[in-house]
Design a protein around this ligand. Structure first.
Ligand code: EPZ
Length: 419
């Protein structure tokens, strides 16, 4: 298992290129199941989770390959299996995204229940209820979702009790090939959902209302292949903005999807960040001060839960008391104990964390527990005095493309070592 060794504190300078979005790429890769024509995705980041989704597609007898120009080509013309095995699904919950496409294309799906993860139970009951509502028979057998839709899925009115991101994406993909009209109420509005809808429309799907809480889909008989460029990663961009804040540096971000980052930019500025447009796809983000703030995570367009851990690292050094309330996941404070090892002063009470700013963090060995928690520990290591070792960096490799290389080129003293 790899670890990062970071010497701090460091100032950062220079530019960071933002990669394509993991959470837009994963549903788009699953969407390739919906057509027998090739799908070419560009700007797909090189990440562990992308490799896992590729492996899963290959297990279904699809082709999934990187071209020399880094494009990802997926061809499901010869798909001959509906089986998503536990050993793959347990390593990446987003594998549930093949559930809707398999039911739509093959009229059957045999997908392992994802199981929980560090940040929560992560049920998929809303996904299952939606597919049942669209006419599929669904049983849970020995930890697997066993679903069939012999007569094909039918368009229905689907109401989501919680605006689930991958649940909305599963229904969008399934409804694109269903008979008749599907109306999704209380749909997720995340930019990655909108990007998926745009790709599906480019494949011939008839979708309106994406990005709103009601989305309508008119099913079609078949979908075409497509060449599609994935949007950039707003969470990676937000993570670099937190790096500027915690080190008190000015850095340039290239290709940050600012249009999808209002809540992140709002909190960045409230903490004391300064943001300046340089040109169409280049911004300067500067950490000027570290004011205490309060944050409450929410569904889009609210403050994203995927940025909570990163901002908490920043607020450990604020000049006062901050409050973070996590409303999306029931256990997304795994980074708190590790930040305390670095000298942070944080108290948890239910789904709230009270962060008393301290004057400095002191380097120590800490353990990554989940993707965004590991980013939070790297950020803290950049500001902590002395040597910080972040163990189990495989969590970070799931969602950040070459983070240590990008940070090193900004002047950080960070090294990846084989543990
Ligand atoms: C997506 O997960 C993202 N993953 C997560 O990013 C992100 O944190 C999350 O949305 C929230 O924004 C991908 O897009 C691949 P949800 P998802 O379904 O779809 C409950 C990262 O760091 N729920 O919107 O699994 C659920 O337990 C990852 O990149 C049900 O109860 O999230 C949670 O409390 C982490 N039943 C809430 O809804 C269901 O059937 C939101 O979950 C589905 C969800």
């Amino acid at each position: 298992m790899d670890k990062f060794v970071i010497e701090g504190p460091t100032k950062l300078k220079g530019e960071a290129y933002i990669s394509g979005s993991k959470n837009a790429s994963l549903p788009m890769m699953a969407a390739a199941i919906l057509t027998s024509e090739p799908v070419v995705l560009s700007n797909v980041p090189r990440l562990k989770d992308i490799d896992t989704m590729c492996k899963l597609l290959v297990r279904l007898n699809c082709r999934c390959e990187r071209k020399e120009n880094n494009d990802l080509v997926i061809d499901c013309s010869s798909i001959n299996s509906d089986f998503a095995p536990y050993e793959l699904v347990k390593t990446m919950r987003a594998s549930i995204l093949v559930f809707g496409p398999l039911l739509a294309r093959l009229r059957s799906a045999h997908v392992s229940l994802p199981g929980g993860c560090a940040i929560g139970v992560r049920p998929v009951n809303l996904h299952i209820a939606a597919m049942k509502n669209m006419g599929a028979s669904v049983e849970i057998e020995e930890g697997y979702i066993v679903a069939r839709s012999d007569d094909g899925l039918k368009g229905e009115k689907i109401y989501f009790d919680i605006p689930t991101v991958t649940g909305t994406e599963n229904v969008l993909m399934a409804a694109s090939l269903a008979r008749g009209r599907t109306v999704i109420k209380n749909a997720a509005k995340e930019p990655e959902v909108v990007d998926l809808a745009r790709m599906l429309k480019a494949m011939g799907a008839k979708i309106t209302g994406e990005g709103e809480s009601t989305i309508e889909v008119e099913g079609v008989d078949r979908l075409k292949g497509v060449n599609y460029r994935v949007m950039n990663d707003r969470i990676e961009a937000g993570t670099f903005m937190c790096a500027a804040l915690i080190t008190g540096s000015a850095i340039e971000l290239v290709n940050a999807p600012l249009y999808a980052m209002d809540a992140i930019v709002d909190k960045f500025v409230e903490v004391g960040g300064v943001i300046r447009n340089i040109d169409d796809n280049r911004i300067e983000v500067k950490g000027n001060a570290l004011n205490p703030i309060s944050i409450k995570t929410a569904v889009y367009p609210g403050f994203p839960t995927d940025m909570q851990a990163q901002f908490m690292a920043v607020l450990t050094l604020a000049n006062g008391t901050s409050i973070i309330e996590e409303t999306i996941f029931e256990n997304r404070f795994m980074h708190v104990a590790e930040l305390i090892r670095l000298g942070a002063n944080i108290i948890i009470s239910g789904n709230r964390a009270v962060i008393e700013g301290v004057d400095r963090l002191i380097g120590a060995t800490v353990m990554a527990t989940d993707l965004r928690a590991s980013a939070s520990l790297v950020l803290a290591g950049l500001a902590a005095e002395g040597r910080t070792e972040v163990l189990r960096i495989y969590h970070l490799d799931r969602g950040y493309e070459s983070l240590e290389k990008k940070l090193s080129s900004l002047g950080a003293n960070i090294e990846r070592l084989k543990q």
